[in-house]
Ligand binder design. Structure first.
Ligand SMILES: Nc1nc2c(ncn2[C@@H]2O[C@H](COP(=O)(O)OP(=O)(O)OP(=O)(O)O)[C@@H](O)[C@H]2O)c(=O)[nH]1
Ligand SMILES: [Mg+2]
Length: 268
């Protein structure tokens, strides 16, 4: 006959085993929540040649960041690029760089970051008309485009991405953040304020109007928008040429962008 004591022990044993099993089965979910908290995902979007890859490399402290400047100037990224930024406190970001419009994988990449594995925030990169013109696949000869053409192309590209951001933002409970990074500031050092204004909500510019539309679509409380100038390639100003940015000025701009992203992700 089983003593009541033995029975009791067996029952406790089962409960512990059951609890351990349940904990184990929840572990992946808990781990992914922790990862998401400490390493939020960030989509890096924008038209071809604006400087997404360069900026993501800088932000993730990739060793190739400096050398990639000299290579493949007129060949854009072909696939979604993944970069991870880690800091000493085990926090950082997982960047997902969506290739520009001349990549065949672009639509799939947009689906991935805004639908299949929706990101926590978006870094949309623009270049004030200074995108590096790139040839579309299969054609040869140098590509040329005026600043006006580049700005128009950028606006068209933004309409597509904005639509994706809106549908992602309305589907979720928590707010989404968007930072418009106005990069290549070294190329328009005298006009940074005007450029930031052009890309800001409520500015009445074509880009500002589109941002206002996005905010209305997504709902103001569900989407925060920041516009920050940045420069991913160092200023390189050695002399007193005031139309260039100094290396320090570029580093400061990058630092401001990093601080804002850290605030948006709850890292600070
Ligand atoms: N002057 C200057 N040039 C930059 C800066 N950032 C990027 N570039 C240059 O702009 C060109 C395009 O940069 P990429 O980072 O390759 O552009 P991308 O947005 O990744 O383009 P795709 O991959 O085609 O979508 C490269 O030749 C870079 O060296 C910057 O801050 N200042
Ligand atoms: Mg690229």
């Amino acid at each position: 006959m089983q003593s009541p004591l033995r029975h009791g022990r067996a029952a406790i044993g089962t409960t512990i085993a059951g609890g351990a099993l349940a904990a184990l089965s929840q572990a992946p979910e808990r781990a992914s929540r922790l990862l998401r908290h400490r390493y939020p995902t960030v989509a890096v979007t924008g038209m071809t040649g604006v400087g997404k890859t360069r900026l993501a490399d800088r932000l993730s402290r990739r060793a190739s960041a400096q050398s990639s400047a000299e290579t493949d100037q007129d060949v854009g990224s072909a696939v979604l690029e993944r970069r991870t930024r880690r800091n000493a406190k085990l926090r950082g970001y997982r960047f997902r760089v969506v290739p520009g419009e001349n990549a065949a994988t672009r639509l799939g990449a947009l689906d991935e970051v805004f639908h299949d594995e929706p990101v926590d925030g978006v870094l949309h990169v623009v270049a004030n008309g200074y995108a590096t013109p790139r040839r579309t696949g299969g054609t040869s000869g140098s590509a040329l485009a005026s600043r006006e053409e580049q700005l128009a192309a950028e606006l068209e590209d933004w309409a597509i991405t904005a639509h994706r951001i809106a549908s992602m933002a309305v589907r979720r409970e928590r707010p989404t953040w968007l930072v418009v990074a106005v990069t290549k500031a070294d190329l328009f050092a005298d006009d940074i304020d005007a450029a930031v204004r052009y890309y800001s909500p409520g500015s009445g510019s074509p880009f500002g109007d589109k941002l206002d539309e996005l905010r209305a679509l997504a709902g103001g409380a569900k989407l925060s928008i920041d516009v920050l100038p940045v420069c991913a390639q160092g200023g390189g100003r050695k002399s007193a040429d005031p139309s260039r940015l100094t290396d320090k000025a570029c580093t400061d701009l990058l630092g401001r962008l990093e601080l804002r992203m850290a605030q948006l992700c709850g890292h600070v």
